[in-house]
Design a protein around this ligand. Sequence first.
Ligand code: NHR
Ligand code: GAR
Length: 236
Amino acid sequence: MTPEPVEQRRVVVLISGSGSNLAALIEAQSHDRLGGEIVAVISNEPAAFGLKRAHEAGIEAVALPHREYESREAYDGALIKVIERHEPDLIVLAGFMRILTPRFVQRFMGRMLNIHPSLLPAYQGLHTHARALADGVDVHGCSVHFVTEELDGGPVVLQAECRVEQGDSEERLKEKVHAREHLIYPIAVQWFLEGRLKYAAERATMDGHPLPAHGMRLSHDDAEAELGDESDEADQ
Ligand code: NHR
Ligand code: GAR
């Protein structure tokens, strides 16, 4: 008997900029560590470098400039149409810089992840590294969370810590956090696509168990051990 062909899980990635997280996801996919296939990359910024990365990887790259729409509602309506053409199982926000309307979020609720450059619930919103430095915190990091209507407020899945060292500049801190983002995002995506990670009753569950409010957390030392002294190739 011929086995049933295995349907690949389908991922659409939304970006606005460099797309280094996208590169980490593409890299994971190329090693069969993503649990699915990136079928399209969409950017609201036509000049985003991430669109080039997608194109070079043979992935459909779509520029959908928000400036050409007269309202957020109109833009999100157009975005929904493009996304639905690709019939995704998961939508991944990877440095996507536009706040999404309630209508958009409701349409894809429970199958949309974001990576945010802080240990949520600390430093929701923008300029997270500068704010962490200004506060003099010892520990900073990043979080993968389900996207809900509440900006950066959806249930957290996975975090990675990063120690803030004396003299760290905003740029240096951003680099350290990026390396951790590139480590944890492909893992969270794989968990979702394998059906282990789910969104249920406004919480994230892993293997059927509700996760704590801050999700699972990779400590600074564990992250360092994982990263070793390999350079972070995705971060260019
Ligand atoms: N949309 C919803 N509904 N919920 C979330 O949790 C979202 C979201 C859209 C994006 C990413 C988020 C982040 O990780 C994200 C999470 C953009 C802004 C913002 O203020 C804030 C948070 C995030 C992304 N954007 C401005 C706006 O008016 C534009 C800023 C710019 O273009 O530079 O949309 O931090
Ligand atoms: C990442 O650090 C991501 O956490 C952050 O933007 C960067 C995108 O980098 N996201 C936000 O700030 C969302 N508001 P990338 O384009 O190289 O992946």
